[in-house]
Ligand binder design. Structure first.
Ligand code: SF4
Ligand code: SF4
Length: 448
């Protein structure tokens, strides 16, 4: 087992952490697929409003690669297809019925997996709608169906606050996890990295003894991109694939049972979450169902996908295909009486100008920016925390000046889009978004 020590990063201590208890929610009345939240695809609808679908029926495919199929996480009727600006397909809403009917898929057991041809395995995963769970670095796009990856990285858990702990979803599922890892081994010619955070290791079930790397360090030390950056030995590995551990279980479930798996464990946290904890629900469940009647008295914001990497979501919307966490945070913005003379003992800040730098307890966090974007003051904080040794201030300036070659030489493609540079920047510059957009434009340019 290899031990990796990631020195750069930052540990956020925020109140509202979900207790490690799993609650199974009743079946929601509706579910939805959100094509606009799946980057790099061009969706083509395969259903119309009024159509009846089964669990596993095809809802849309990617026009550019029709092997990428996105399936219904429940049986029922298509009740809405909502479009955003410029006719982008935003949501396909399915009203669930009482009977649960499934599209049957091929299934295999452990022995079958040993003997199956790799191409047939790829076909099973594409037809079964779960191939898009495999993603490729450095762009985090869906893994190409026609290539063999140099390796697949599976990071158990995430050091980002309020994510589902591995001991929750691995509990009782260690055999299924082992089967899922065997699938990944088949896809990658036995090149799978299984990494666990040193703090999680002792709490994991025995079967997860296939761990190959132990990661020490603050957020985002256990991000697959950071693991790649710290371990790669050749340029070919830059295109390694990765998959979330919960998704390994979904893939294993599909192949073992021959039915599209719909379960999702979601972490619900944040200061205003009425019932913080872990909930077992369905892919594409409504946000209001997951948060269980959020407290509306205080102005709040729902964030899907993580406090550093997530996005603001409408409370009437649904959970995206990849998302496993929902946070509810106060909007903030209330003026403090004599705030300018307060020492900031309870203020979240990376900067040591507040007394909170000596406060070891978890602190409240809200969405207030506390000021407008300003010019970069060259403080160096972004470089201090960047886990992949980029100097974000230089890279984003090159990007804004359209000097793409220059920003590539500063490590643009190593950026793992962790959001830490944006969080620590005292000038409120959306560095991560600028770099993410630059990576996406470059991707489009490269793929024609
Ligand atoms: S540049 Fe920013 S977003 Fe990218 S890896 Fe570094 S800290 Fe994270
Ligand atoms: S943290 Fe912000 S202000 Fe400081 S160097 Fe980086 S970009 Fe500039």
């Amino acid at each position: 087992m290899i031990s990796l020590n990631v020195k750069k990063g930052y540990r956020l201590k925020i109140t509202g952490e979900p207790p490690k208890e799993l609650v199974e929610l009743p079946k929601p009345s509706h579910v939805a697929l959100l094509p606009e939240k799946i980057p790099f695809i061009k969706p083509r609808l395969k259903v119309r409003v009024g159509d009846h679908v089964e669990t596993g029926s095809e809802i849309f495919e990617d026009k550019r690669n029709t092997r990428l199929k996105f399936l219904s996480p429940g049986s029922g009727q298509i009740t809405e297809i909502n479009f955003g600006p410029r006719r982008v397909i935003k949501e396909v809403v399915i009203k669930l019925d009482n009977k649960e009917s499934y599209v049957p898929f091929e299934h295999i057991n452990k022995d079958g997996l040993q003997n199956i041809d790799r191409n047939d395995l790829v076909k099973m995963l594409s037809k079964g709608g779960l191939w898009p769970l495999l993603r490729a670095l450095p762009y985090q796009d869906i893994a190409p169906t026609d290539k063999v990856p140099p390796q697949i990285i599976v990071s158990l858990g995430s050091s980002e606050p309020f994510q589902v702990s591995p001991e929750i979803y691995l509990d009782g599922n260690t055999d299924l996890f082992a089967f899922g890892i065997s699938v990944l081994e088949k896809l990658s010619n036995n090149n799978v990295i299984i990494a666990a955070n040193a703090e999680d290791k002792s709490r994991l079930p025995d079967q997860s003894g296939r761990i190959t790397h132990i990661i020490k360090g603050d957020y985002p030390a256990d991000n697959p991109g950071v693991i790649l950056y710290k371990t790669k030995t050749s340029a070919a590995q830059n295109n390694s694939w990765f998959i979330n551990t919960q998704d390994v279980l979904l893939i294993a479930g599909l192949l073992k049972e021959g039915a599209y798996p719909t379960g999702r464990i979601v972490a619900v946290g944040g200061e205003l979450a009425p019932h913080p904890g872990y909930v077992k629900t369905r892919i594409g469940a409504p946000v209001s169902h997951i948060t269980q009647n959020e407290n509306n008295k205080i102005k709040s914001r729902c964030v899907a996908g993580g406090i550093m990497t997530g996005y603001s979501i409408d409370k009437k919307s649904f959970l995206g295909f990849y998302e496993t966490s929902v946070l509810i945070l106060p909007e903030g913005g209330k003026r403090e009486l004599f705030g300018f003379i307060q020492p900031g003992f309870n203020k979240q800040s990376y900067s040591r100008t507040f007394l909170s730098s000596i406060n070891r307890s978890h602190l409240n966090m809200n969405c207030n920016m506390n000021g407008e974007e300003r010019a970069c003051v060259a403080c160096g904080s972004c470089a201090e925390v960047c886990p992949v040794d980029i100097i974000p201030s230089l890279t984003f300036k090159c990007t804004l000046a359209d000097e793409i070659e220059e920003s590539l030489s500063h490590g643009l493609l190593d950026c793992v889009e962790c959001g830490l540079c944006t969080y620590v920047c005292p000038s409120k510059i959306e560095i991560c978004t600028i770099l993410q957009n630059a990576k996406r434009s470059y991707y489009k340019e490269m793929s024609g």
